[in-house]
Design a protein around this ligand. Structure first.
Ligand SMILES: [Zn+2]
Length: 468
């Protein structure tokens, strides 16, 4: 089967290989455990426990393949970066299936020996936090190796001595591929091994694989592939493994429009990993000009969650026409298994060089800060969604309440709650994104805690409000 066709087919048939247990954003460790067990029952797979995290959660090694070229792959050193863990199970599901791709499987598995360490940081994963249970960033712990998780990863990979290593992460949603309005869906890095960014033979091989991989992916998502910033980081694993002689490839899962669950970027991971296996098994990389790696555009931080264009804003009696950029900073409440957001104004002015995952052209509309509802609410029962839904289009985005909500910083209601005295709504950077947008004195739209509400369509997409 010709390669280009193969990946075109796989792109279309990916859904047949999705690891069904991993559908929600969070992967509970119990699901990982069950999944590892399920895989261990399949032919040609071997599974072992490498050790336990600080909070006694198992970390596993999954092996498949009988070849002589070793590849180590690990995911979720950062607990809030689960996309590649899901993709690893999709890949293993594919590699252990029995269908018209058997020829490809046989070729890859005869040439390669694959070692997967999914979810290096299970304690961080449970709370959807970057660091481990002790608040240490495992990917800055290579030198001191103080955490149990970093020592498991370091010892395992150093024992394998892989020819290639894949370090799998998620990046934030705010990157574009170069100075474009195209979001960076996936980015790659061949980590340098010194401050001079030298290109050793080891690093060169990683660059060649990336350049070849880029060629395939560009057919599916042209313009959405980037190169991660290649500053040397002496404390992180990729840079040190390159120095140890393992050609390391960092893959960062990025963002795609309307793909909050990252299903599409998970699919891109699936394709990227399988294609990398083929490139390595076939040694296709060996004839690639490594300089092609540098032709992949660099990640630029040019995206916001929401950009409102060309609004009229009054300040000291003068009218300005401005763009307003808003981000919804995400947090996870593990107790309630609930993702909540803090909508913040990030920038104001001419933002024509930036893009929004969500954008609105609001020429000839006037923006004002949402107002505080004048009456203090003294009974929580009065905060009905009907009452709050009406408030928004009367210009109110804040209510004062008695202290119903001790110990929490958000409410699952479409309004911001004020418990502090002297809070003043204003349109300024780093202030709450609670805005009222009107045309000819009629309120048309509102932004409540960073969520755009359209009075005409009657939508209230506000996931939560913040307690100030
Ligand atoms: Zn990461």
């Amino acid at each position: 089967m010709r390669k280009d066709y193969l990946f075109q087919f796989l792109f279309n048939e990916y859904q047949n290989y999705i690891w069904e247990k991993f559908q929600s954003r969070i992967i509970p460790h119990e699901h990982l455990k069950q999944s590892v067990y399920e895989l261990s029952q399949r032919n040609n797979i071997s599974v072992k426990e490498l050790g336990k995290s600080l909070n006694s959660k198992e970390i596993y090694l999954i092996e498949i393949g009988t070849g002589t070229t070793s590849i180590a792959l690990w995911s979720q050193m950062h607990g809030d970066e689960p996309t590649a863990t899901k993709a690893i199970f999709d890949v293993l599901n594919f590699l252990t299936a029995d269908d018209e791709y058997n020829e490809f499987r046989k070729f890859v598995l005869n040439k390669l020996k694959l070692y997967f360490i999914p979810m290096v940081n299970p304690d961080g994963a449970e709370n959807f936090q970057r660091e481990n249970a002790f608040q240490i960033d495992i990917n800055r712990d290579y030198q001191s190796t103080q955490t149990i998780e970093s020592s498991i990863l370091k010892n395992t990979v150093e024992k394998i001595k892989p020819e290639f290593a894949f370090n799998l992460h998620d990046q934030n949603n705010y990157y574009s591929a170069g100075n474009t309005n195209k979001a960076s869906a996936v980015s790659f890095l061949a980590p340098p091994e010194d401050y001079k960014n030298s290109i050793s033979d080891v690093r060169k091989k990683a660059m060649q694989v990336i350049a070849k991989l880029h060629e395939t992916l560009a057919k599916h998502i042209p313009g959405h592939i980037a190169r991660y910033k290649d500053e040397f980081e002496p404390r992180s694993f990729g840079d040190n493994f390159t120095r140890s002689g393992f050609s390391t490839i960092l893959i960062e899962s990025g963002s795609w429009q309307n793909d909050k669950n990252k299903s599409f970027v998970r699919k891109l991971n699936f394709i990227s990993l399988l294609r990398s296996f083929e490139i390595i098994a076939d040694e296709e990389y060996s004839t690639v000009d490594p300089q092609l790696y540098f032709s992949i555009p660099e990640n630029k931080e040019t995206f916001f969650d929401l950009v409102l264009r060309k609004l009229d804003l009054l300040y000291k009696g003068k009218k300005y026409t401005v763009d307003i950029a808003v981000n919804r900073e995400e947090s996870y409440d593990a107790g309630k298994n609930f993702f909540y957001y803090n909508g913040i104004i990030k920038d104001i002015g001419d933002l024509s060089v930036y893009s929004g995952h969500e954008e609105y052209d609001l020429k000839d509309h006037l923006v004002m800060p949402a107002k505080i509802y004048p009456t203090t609410i003294d009974d929580e029962k009065n905060l009905t969604s009907e009452f709050l839904g009406n408030l928004i289009f009367e210009g109110f985005g804040y209510v004062k309440t008695k202290n119903f909500f001790p110990d929490v910083d958000y409410v699952a209601l479409p309004v911001n709650i004020i418990t502090k005295k002297n809070f003043q709504p204003e349109i300024k950077r780093e202030k709450p994104a609670n805005l009222i947008i009107s045309q000819k004195n009629k309120i048309k739209y509102a932004v409540i805690n960073g969520f755009f509400c359209d009075s005409i369509r009657g939508q209230t997409p506000v996931v939560n409000g913040i307690i100030i």
